[in-house]
Every structure is written in C-alpha cells, then in structure tokens.
Design a protein around this ligand. Structure first.
Ligand code: G3P
Ligand code: CA
Length: 276
C-alpha cells in the first residue's frame, strides 16, 4: 500500500466516537458522549432524525424499538413521547453478566433520549475543541426540513461559519448527496461528508458529488480497494472511514493514511494509534 499522504490541514488521524463511546455506554446517550470526550475523542458522530413536533433527536434507527422500551417511528412520535422512554436499559441487559448485574440504568444520562441541542451544549462545555459529525438520516422523507432545522440550530450555536480558528467545529454527513447539497446551499462553510457503503464506478477515481469535500467510505471499501485513499487525496478530499472497531482495520486505516477513523471504541483506537 502507499504510505500515508496527508492532505493539507490534516496533521494526524482524528478519532471520531461513533454514536458516542457506544461500546461502553448506550449509543446516542449523554453518557456515551461524555465518555467519548473523557476518552479523548476528537469528534463525536451522531445520527439525527426529526420528531413529529419538529425536534432533532439523536437516534439511529427509523423506529425506537431496538434502543428503547417503546415502539414506533421517531417521525410519528413527539419529543414528550420519546422523553418518557428508556433508551439505556437495552444495553445494560445486553452487557450485564450474572456475576455483575448492572444498575446503571438508574442514571438518566444513560437512559434519556438526547436532543441535538443538548449534544451541542455538551460540546460547547467540553473545555477543548470537540468536533461534531452529524449524519442526516432519511432526509428525503421531510423534503428539506431536516437540513433547514439543522442549519437553524447550528446557526444559534455559531457553528455555520468559519472563524479565525478555522472551519466550523461541525460537519454534516449523509448517504444522500441531495441532503449535503441542501446543507451546503444554506451554510457553505460547513464541510460535507459523502458516506458510501459501496464504491460505485462514478466515485472509484476519488471524485465526490459537487461541493462535497470529504469522502466517507465504509471500511469494507478500503479492504477491497486499498488504493481508494490515495485517489481521494490526489483530488483533494479527506477520507473519514466508518465503522472501524477491529485492530486489523485500524492498522489498515493507519497504513493507508486516512484522515479520520469513526469508531465505537475511541479509547482503544487512540491507544493503538499511540495517541492515548
Ligand atoms: O459514520 C457513518 C456511519 O455511522 C454510517 O452508518 O448505519 O452507523 O449510521 P450508520
Ligand atoms: Ca451514523
């Protein structure tokens, strides 16, 4: 493989906590994000969806069934409905052993639904620069409302414009080029990350949809096409890879010179990279 070839502005691999430190705490909860910040993550990844009453909440699946004790689609529920659910105990049930039953579900930071607004507050109070990588989920359903509300919220936090310190501490990720385009139209300084599950012929040479600056391939793409990183770098794009949890994949990413690793285990990945 080619040795790493950093793109300008990228000095070392950035470690991004996928859904928070989601190996150790229930995904998308305040506890998972606090843990990620403590673990030294450079950035936090979160998926956002719009509730029936127009709030952006951090939930991955279309429905709440897997990660809460409730049922139904996020888009059909109001924030108050979500606030009444327990978003943490499923993880404790999954992780608990007979010898060490877990009582952590009594902590509301591990069980409450998280709004994007609350996550932005957490990042503002982190005491160091912590970036946010926000993924718009199924944005076509809402015909632009997800992006509109997202940009309005980011504007309130002063995160839509570059400053003397550099680009905004926020980037928007999506599998939908249209969603990235909408964000860019409203807030051109916010970098866009184009997520890819497969490498289609159109993107094999490293090129991305117009206006998008960062490639977001799944790690399987790099296993199959290790030359992809160099190609993307050659046309000026950073490469942020998901979801990299195995040591062998971290090693592959390091060897290929990716710019960011998105992982459920930021602490272990930092240690492997010699950063922790
Ligand atoms: O960071 C991108 C990655 O999260 C995309 O896949 O399903 O985990 O949202 P998913
Ligand atoms: Ca995601």
């Amino acid at each position: 493989y080619p040795l790493r070839d950093r793109t300008p502005g990228s000095s070392r691999i950035s470690v991004v906590a996928h859904r928070g430190a989601s190996e150790d705490a229930p995904e998308h909860t305040l506890a998972a994000y606090r843990r990620a910040i403590e673990d030294g993550a450079d950035a936090l990844e979160c998926d956002v969806r719009l509730t029936a009453d127009g709030h952006l909440v951090c939930v991955h699946d279309r429905r709440v069934n897997r990660t809460s004790n409730g049922r139904g689609a996020v888009s059909a529920l109001e924030l108050a409905d979500l606030a009444a659910l327990d978003f943490g105990s499923w993880k404790e049930d999954e992780d608990a052993t007979w010898e060490a039953p877990d009582r952590q579900h009594e902590d509301p930071e591990r069980t409450s639904v998280l709004t994007l607004e609350r996550l932005l507050e957490l990042v503002s109070d982190a005491g160091r620069r912590v970036e946010l990588a926000i993924e718009t989920k199924h944005p076509t359903r809402w015909a632009g409302q997800v992006e509109e509300r997202l940009v309005a919220l980011l504007e309130r936090f002063g995160h839509t414009r570059a400053s003397a310190e550099g680009p905004p501490p926020v980037r928007v990720m999506s599998f939908s080029a249209r969603s990235l385009h909408r964000v860019r139209a409203a807030a051109p300084d916010i970098p866009g990350v184009y997520l890819m599950q497969f490498l289609t012929p159109r993107h094999r040479d490293g090129r991305l949809p117009p206006g998008v600056s960062i490639a977001g391939p799944g790690v399987r793409i790099l296993r199959a096409h290790p030359d992809y990183v160099a190609k993307a770098h050659r046309v000026g794009h950073q490469v942020h890879v998901w979801t990299v949890n195995d040591e062998a994949d971290v090693e592959l990413c390091e060897r290929l010179g990716v710019d960011a690793i998105i992982t459920n285990r930021p602490k272990q990945v930092r240690a492997q990279l010699g950063l922790g």
